[in-house]
Every structure is written in C-alpha cells, then in structure tokens.
Design a protein around this ligand. Structure first.
Ligand code: NAI
Length: 695
C-alpha cells in the first residue's frame, strides 16, 4: 500500500495535505492533527514507491534485484517473543533497524487524532486487533479498559479461533455453520480472518468457497449482516461511473458476477455477491492480494429464479433478467466505469451463464486486463492436471499429451474452455496439426455425442463447431451416441466431466475406463459436490484404485476394493491458477491476459511436482503451499508478459539482468504479497520527534 493509499484509507483529509507539515506532526504524535513540527517533510517519491504493487520500481532501494531489499526471512513481530519485545516500547527505529528487510514508513499504519479512537477502532474490522493491541496502542488509541487486560498475539488469537473450528469439525457441525463462524470473525477482525485462512487454507478454502459458499449463496439475503463489495443494477445505468467513487481506496482486482449460474446451482440473482466475496478471500489468502485493494461486485440485472422472486426477503431487484442489448449495455457501462476509476485493475468474470460468458470474454479480452475463471482458469487447472497425470503415467515429457483421447461431457463454458486449451496443448506440446488434434476429442452434451450432423445454435455453441465438424458421425458412433458407447468405442484414455449431472459417470462407464486403460484419467469437475459426475470412492472402486483422479469439488482419497491401492483425490482447484495469474499480470504491468499466460501457469504447476508426489499419484502440488505456488505461477506469467512485450521496463530489466532472474523475480513477487499480520498502529512515544526522513 502506498503512503497515499494508506492516507486515503485512514482519513478523509484530501491528498494534497500529504505535503502538509501538520500531517506529519499528527502522524508523529498520534493524535494532534493541528500541531506542527519543524522537521516535518513531504514524502519523497521513493517512499511513495513502496507500494504493494509498484508500477515502476524506483531507482534506489526499490530495486528488487538488491537482496537487502527483499528478505523473506524477516517480518514485523510475528512470534510471541518478538511481539513482547516490540511491546516494550522499543524505538521504532531500532525495530526497523533489526529488520534486515528494509521497511517503508507507510507500512506503519498511522492513525490521526480525530478518527479511529476508542470503541470506533474496535468496531472497525480493518484496524481492530481485539486483545492484540499492545500497551502503547491501548493507551494512545483510547482503547485502554475497553478490551480485556491480557495481551494476546495474533498467533495466539488465530490458534484460539482455529480450535473453535476444529471443535465444529469434530462435532460434525454443518459446513455452513463454520462459514458463518468465519464470516463473523471477518466482520470483527479482518487481519485475523486472513491470517487464519492463510494458515489453514487447505481445510478452510472449501468452507469459504466451493462447495460451502454455494449453500451460503442460496440463502444470502438471510445471511446478510454487513455490506461488502458493490452492487450495480440495471437501474444504475448512467450512474455507474460516479458510483465507483462511493468506494474508497485503490482497487487492484475486481471479481464480478451477474449471479446467473452460481457454481452450477443456477440463477441466484443478487445472491451471486457471495461468490465474488468468497473468491476474493482466496485471492488474498492464496495470492497475497491486499484485502483493502480488492472489490467484489454483483451486477444485479434481475433474476429468472421464481423462488427468489417470490421470496419476500430477497434483497435483489424483483424483476426478470435483462437480455440482449439492454444486458450488454449494463456490462459495457460497468467495464468502462471500472477502467476509468481504476485503470490498472484486473477484472475477473465469475459465474456468468454460458451464453453470455463467452461473448463477454470475447468482447473485452483484447482491450481490458480481464479473464474468465470458469472458462480460462478451469481450463488452465485441468491442463495442469493433465500434465501432472502424464507424469504419473510415466510419460517422458509433455509431448505425450498427443497420445491421449479425451471424452468431454459438457459443452458449456467450462467444458469448451477446457477442450479448447487441451486442443492447443495437443498441437503445441504434442506436435499434431490442428486438424489431427481434433481427432483426440469427443464432445458430449445432454443430447449425447456431438458430431458433424448436429444442428448447433449460434453464437452460443460457436466454440463447439470445429470439434463437431471434425467428428464425423458413423454407424458405430452416430450423433447422440451414449456415454458408455462413446467411451467403449473411442477407446478413450481420459474422461472429463463439466456437465453438472451427478452420477453421470456410472459404474459401467467407470469400469469400462478401467478395463481399457492401465491408469485411466478420470476428472469429474462439476461443482458443487452434489453435481459431481462421480465420487472418488466410486472411481476407486470401479478401477480398483488405478484411476488418476481429479475433481472440481473436494473428495477424500479412496482405496481400490481388491488391491487396497490408494487413489489420490487430487482436487483440481482453480485456486492453483487464479491468484498467481492475477498477481503476475498485475506485477508485470500487462494490459491483457493472453492464452499463453494461462498455459504458462499450467506448466508452472506441473513443474512443481516432486518425484515423491508423482510416485504417490499426486498430480497437483500441496494446496497448503499455495502462497509459494502462486508466487511461482506469477513468475511464469511475468516472464510470459515480457516475452509478449507486455511487461513494464523495470521487470524486463530484472529478466535481462542475469541468469539468476528467476530467483530475483520470485523474491520480487514474494515481497509484493500481503502478509496478514498486525502492523504497529501508533508510533511509540519516543518516535514522536522523528520524521519520515529519519527512516
Ligand atoms: P453449463 O450449464 O453452461 O454447461 C453444462 C453442459 O453440460 C451443457 O453443455 C449441457 O448440455 C451438458 N450436459 C447436461 N447434461 C449432460 C449429460 N447427461 N451428458 C453430457 N453433457 C451434459 O455449465 P458450465 O458453466 O459449463 O459449468 C459446468 C460445470 O463445471 C458446473 O458444475 C461448474 O460448477 C463446473 N465448473 C468447474 C470448475 C472447476 O472444477 N474448477 C470451474 C468452473 C465450472
């Protein structure tokens, strides 16, 4: 966060006062906004440059290639001992001096005297630390006596909340109860919420996001407690631009949905906000985005969901969905408004129904920094899974993808996005021609196998057309052939599902996959769990644990009934891709997200697999490593952006610097990641006579 952003966040005082002596004075002595200091100076550019997402690296200490600037081993007081030490009112300069990583003054949160005091700060989830305020802060922020006397560090607080989550898990509390418990924490103390989420991302991601968030979205009006994000409705046309100024602060990433197809649960209208909020929580925990720089958005263009329209507590517009030109006018005004207000922000489309998703992506992908996670993120994670599966199958390299025959069940946005990317990979990595590569794919929808005889609807099914054309209907496999027939007669090696049809991969189908392949690839990707084409247990049973399995929703590892062989469940979680992709795109300064960036992300994921993981049948690295995974993905994306001439000068300079540039880029990314820890909120007393320049 830049000093400007910090200031905007903490005070309504206009920016031009950044150079005002009084501001530094108030920063120094904490509360007196009117006194002056003779040593006060305006901030230098270098200080302002200490941004989470520096646009250009300043010329001095900002150079990420200088190791003393980036040192992951250091951080503000983290352990209890460090925190206690800091509590002794040691000099801020001493504390900063002990950090081998250089810290900027703007990393020290400064609260001015006329705002955020006493109970006000305790009720502000951004600043609240609960029992984590040290003595100095309690005294000077006016919270002394308002919180229990004993100090607890963020580690201790996180441990306590985690124990509550464990009790809920062990007493089989519904996941939605755990979701509500975490939301309540977020409403009280955001830093602690993200700390907990980051530390336990593997277990909490399914609580915060799919599948639990689906249940939350079904009842979002009833669960509504505190406003988060922004709603833009069809009634806001003509006002969206000015509305964006109702949102205070800088925004680096926007996740936007129109709630028309939430996690395969259908049209949930304005309840789609839950999905944007949950997704951004994962961007923060998994990618290291600053929670103050993310914006969840729901475009309320009406809903066709009768039960919502009849629900007297539904908080969205009580009208049918907009269609055609009216719908696209809303989208267009929204996109322009965001770009005008935050020109460098990344916009991620989420859970738009297929008929709009592809068109929206096509309309904006070449002019805006944007991507659709359902189409592109899913495709990239499935490609990463296929590359991982090739390793488990003992393939010598990625070119082995040419030997795979894929059956894709589902010709919607997710299914066709996956198929398009796999097709590209068969061409690029496998070395087949485009025409030859079509032969590796069998596409199915609710009417069975799609062949050249199918009457397709345009533009909805434009993505299907080249695959349909290339699949000639035969007597053996006519248009509309059943899944079992297609699996058997195609001798396919990989069965993928994005159909939303629970149980579509029947025992017969799975058994057939097991019979014709030593290690069949089986990916039931539909969400939530209740829509999955099969469970891990069913796949393990039918193939005696030989399947290389990956699902969209989380499942447990399962064993083959005869051999007892353990089959890994390998959740093909988009979380592997989107935070790192977003981070890399922003840090590189790219203006668009290219297909090659997605492919690079997929390669980065499979390259992270260790020999041991491959031997054990894992096709993805451990999700608990997500911060580092995202950083590695971001590095690849930055390099790809540079290759495409999209990267900013300072990043290109690192890449061109020497052979160690991967390490330097990695450090650069790590340095940019937000770390959920309490930052000092006041300068200790002896610091009051220091100014920014002293640091
Ligand atoms: P969609 O509703 O647009 O498409 C569903 C497709 O499945 C349609 O083409 C439909 O004709 C087809 N279908 C229906 N019944 C079928 C059957 N019996 N056999 C074969 N095909 C059948 O949905 P969309 O957006 O493409 O999403 C599909 C699923 O993928 C959803 O459950 C969604 O949650 C999931 N998904 C998973 C992700 C992941 O794993 N990371 C990410 C994004 C979506």
């Amino acid at each position: 966060m830049t000093i400007r952003a910090a200031f905007r966040r903490f005070s309504a005082i206009p920016l031009r006062r950044l150079g005002d002596k009084r501001w530094y004075s108030s920063a120094a002595d904490g509360f007196d906004a009117t006194s002056s200091s003779s040593k006060a100076q305006p901030p230098s550019e270098a200080i302002d440059g200490f941004s989470v997402f520096p646009q250009e690296l300043p010329s001095n200490a900002q150079d990420p290639s200088k190791d003393d600037f980036i040192n992951d081993a250091t951080s503000p007081p983290r352990t209890r001992e460090q925190q206690m030490e800091y509590n002794k009112h040691e000099s801020l300069r001493d504390w900063l001096g002990r950090q081998s990583r250089k810290r900027s003054v703007d990393e020290i949160v400064v609260l001015t005297g006329n705002i955020h005091r006493g109970s006000e700060i305790l009720h502000n989830a951004v600043y609240n630390k609960g029992t984590g305020f040290n003595h100095s802060e309690r005294e000077r922020l006016g919270v002394r006596g308002l919180v229990p006397p004993r100090f607890f560090s963020i580690e201790q607080q996180a441990e306590k909340i985690w124990q509550q989550q464990v009790v809920m898990r062990e007493s089989n509390a519904p996941k939605i109860a755990r979701w509500r418990h975490l939301q309540a924490l977020k409403d009280r103390n955001e830093t602690l919420f993200y700390r907990l989420l980051q530390e336990h991302v593997e277990e909490l991601a399914p609580v915060i996001y799919t599948p639990t968030v689906g249940e939350a979205c079904l009842n979002y009006s009833r669960f509504f407690r505190r406003a988060r994000g922004m709603f833009f409705t069809k009634d806001d046309v003509g006002h969206m631009h000015s509305m964006t100024y109702n949102w205070r602060g800088d925004v680096k990433i926007v996740v936007v949905t129109d709630g028309s197809r939430v996690l395969g649960l259908g049209d949930l209208g304005a309840h789609g906000m839950g999905i944007s909020v949950g997704k951004l929580d994962l961007y923060v925990a998994g990618g290291g985005f600053d929670p103050q720089e993310v914006l969840p958005v729901c475009l309320d263009v009406g809903t066709n969901n009768k039960s919502l329209l009849n629900d007297k507590w539904y908080f969205g517009l009580n009208s049918q969905r907009l269609e055609g030109g009216d719908y696209y006018r809303v989208i267009d005004e929204f996109m322009r408004a965001i770009r005008h207000r935050w020109p460098n922000a990344l916009i991620q489309f989420e859970d738009f129904q297929t008929k709009h998703a592809l068109e929206i992506l096509t309309n904006y992908r070449n002019d805006y920094l944007c991507f659709n996670d359902d189409i592109q993120g899913t495709a990239a994670v499935v490609l990463a899974g296929v590359y991982g599966a090739l390793k488990v199958l003992g393939g010598k390299d990625r070119s082995e993808i040419r030997k795979q025959k894929f059956v894709m069940c589902g010709a919607g946005s997710a299914g066709m996005g996956i198929v398009a990317m796999l097709h590209k990979a068969v061409v690029k990595s496998g070395g087949l021609s485009e025409e030859e590569a079509y032969d590796n794919f069998y596409i199915m929808d609710n009417n069975g196998l799609i062949t050249n005889e199918r009457k397709l609807e345009f533009p909805r099914e434009a993505a299907v057309e080249p695959f349909a054309k290339a699949r000639k209907a035969t007597k053996e496999l006519p248009d509309g052939a059943s899944l079992l027939d297609v699996v058997t007669k195609s001798k396919c090696t990989a069965l993928l599902g994005a159909s939303t049809v629970n149980g579509l991969f029947t025992e017969d189908v799975l058994r057939q996959m097991g019979e014709q392949n030593e290690r069949p690839i089986i990916f039931p990707l539909s969400n939530p769990t209740s829509n999955a084409e099969c469970t891990s247990e069913e796949a393990a049973k039918a193939t005696d644990g030989r399947a290389v399995f990956s699902s969209g929703s989380p499942f447990e590892d399962a064993k083959g009934a005869v051999s007892g062989r353990l089959m890994r469940a390998n959740q093909g979680n988009n979380l592997y891709i989107f935070p790192g992709l977003g981070l890399g795109a922003l840090l590189s300064g790219a203006k668009t997200i290219s297909e090659e960036m997605l492919v690079s992300s997929a390669k980065a994921i499979s390259d992270m697999l260790t020999e041991d993981q491959i031997r054990r049948g894992c096709i993805f690295p451990l999700i608990k490593e997500i911060r580092n995974i995202s950083a590695r993905v971001a590095v690849r994306v930055i390099k790809q952006a540079a290759e495409e001439g999209q990267a900013k000068r300072s990043v290109v300079a690192i890449i061109e610097s020497d052979d160690e540039h991967d390490t330097k880029l990695y450090k650069y990314v790590k340095r940019a990641q937000y770390v959920p820890e309490y930052r000092p909120t006041v300068f200790p007393v002896e610091e009051s006579r220091r100014t920014v320049d002293d640091y």
